[in-house]
Design a protein around this ligand. Structure first.
Ligand SMILES: Nc1ncnc2c1ncn2[C@@H]1O[C@H](COP(=O)(O)OP(=O)(O)OP(=O)(O)O)[C@@H](O)[C@H]1O
Ligand SMILES: [Mg+2]
Length: 236
C-alpha cells in the first residue's frame, strides 16, 4: 500500500469531525472518496497533508509513519495536494505558479522536464503562460492546481473536488488529464461530492458520511447499494 490511513479521529475545536476513518490506496490505484457537503472529505485530505493534527489514528505513506509531520516534509516525501479552493498564487503567472512547484520538491526529473510535462497534460494552460492566476477561468485554475501538483513530481496525488463548479465540457477534459497522470504510474485520491463526477477509471470507492466511512468497494458495488446511493445522491 502506498497510503494507509487507520482509525483517524480528528477534532476541530470541540467538534468530532472524523470518526475512526480508515482507508488504503495501493500502488497505481485511483481511489475516490465520495461524500455530501460537510461529510469530512477536505478534513481527511488536510489531515493527511499535516494541516490538521489527528487526536488519534495513524497515517502511513510508503511504509513510513507521517502522522504529525509538518506539511512541507509530507509534500517533500511525495504527496502532491490540489486543495478545493485551488491554492494557486493569484498574483503570479501560470508559468511562475508551475515553476514554483518544481522548487518545492527535489526529484530525479529536471524542473524543465516537469514543467513541460505539466503543459503536455494540460495543453489548455500553454496559451495562458503569462497570465496571472486572477486572469484565468475557474476551470483553468483547477487545471493549474493539478498541474502544480504534477510539477512537484509526487508519488501520490490528493485532489480535492477538482471537478466542482466546472462546466460539463471541461469536466471530461480534466478527467482525461487525470487519467494520463494515472497511466504514468501515479496513485490518486479524489474527493468528490457529486457521484456523477466519479471517473470511470476509479479502482476503489469510499463513502464518507458525517465523518464516518460507511461504504467501501468497487464503483459497481455502489451502484447496487441502494441505501448508500440514496445518501450520496442527496435523496436521504
Ligand atoms: N474551521 C472549521 N471550524 C469548525 N468546523 C469546521 C471547520 N472546517 C470544517 N468544519 C466542519 O467539519 C465538517 C467537515 O468539513 P469538510 O470541509 O471536511 O467537509 P467536505 O466533505 O469537504 O465538504 P464539501 O463537499 O462542502 O467540501 C463540516 O461539518 C464542517 O462544518
Ligand atoms: Mg471539501
Amino acid at each position: 500500500m502506498i497510503l494507509e490511513v487507520k482509525q483517524l479521529n480528528v477534532f476541530i475545536k470541540t467538534s468530532h469531525i472524523l470518526r475512526d476513518v480508515s482507508f488504503a490506496v495501493g500502488e497505481k490505484e485511483v481511489v475516490c472518496i465520495i461524500g455530501r457537503n460537510g461529510a469530512g472529505k477536505s478534513t481527511t485530505l488536510k489531515t493527511i497533508m499535516g494541516f490538521l493534527k489527528p487526536e488519534s489514528g495513524s497515517i502511513r505513506f510508503m511504509d513510513r509513519e507521517i502522522t504529525g509531520m509538518p506539511t512541507f516534509q509530507i509534500a517533500n516525501m511525495g504527496i502532491g495536494f490540489a486543495p478545493e479552493e485551488s491554492g494557486i498564487f493569484p498574483d503570479l503567472s501560470v508559468e511562475e505558479n508551475i515553476e514554483m512547484a518544481t522548487w518545492q520538491r527535489h526529484s530525479s526529473h529536471s524542473p524543465e522536464e516537469r514543467t513541460s510535462l505539466a503543459y503536455d497534460v494540460f495543453p489548455a494552460l500553454t496559451k495562458y503562460r503569462k497570465r496571472k492566476g486572477t486572469q484565468i477561468s475557474g476551470g483553468e485554475r483547477k487545471m493549474l492546481s493539478v498541474a502544480r501538483a504534477l510539477a512537484m513530481d509526487p508519488h501520490l496525488f490528493l485532489l480535492d473536488e477538482c471537478f466542482e463548479g466546472l462546466s460539463p465540457i471541461v469536466i471530461p477534459k480534466i478527467a482525461e488529464s487525470i487519467h494520463e497522470i494515472v497511466k504514468m504510474g501515479h496513485s490518486i485520491v479524489l474527493a468528490e461530492s457529486n457521484i456523477y463526477h466519479i471517473p470511470d477509471f476509479t479502482d476503489k470507492l469510499y463513502v464518507i458520511e458525517r465523518g464516518e466511512i460507511i461504504f467501501s468497494g468497487k464503483p459497481i458495488d455502489l451502484k447496487n447499494d441502494k441505501a448508500v446511493l440514496k445518501i450520496v445522491s442527496g435523496a436521504a
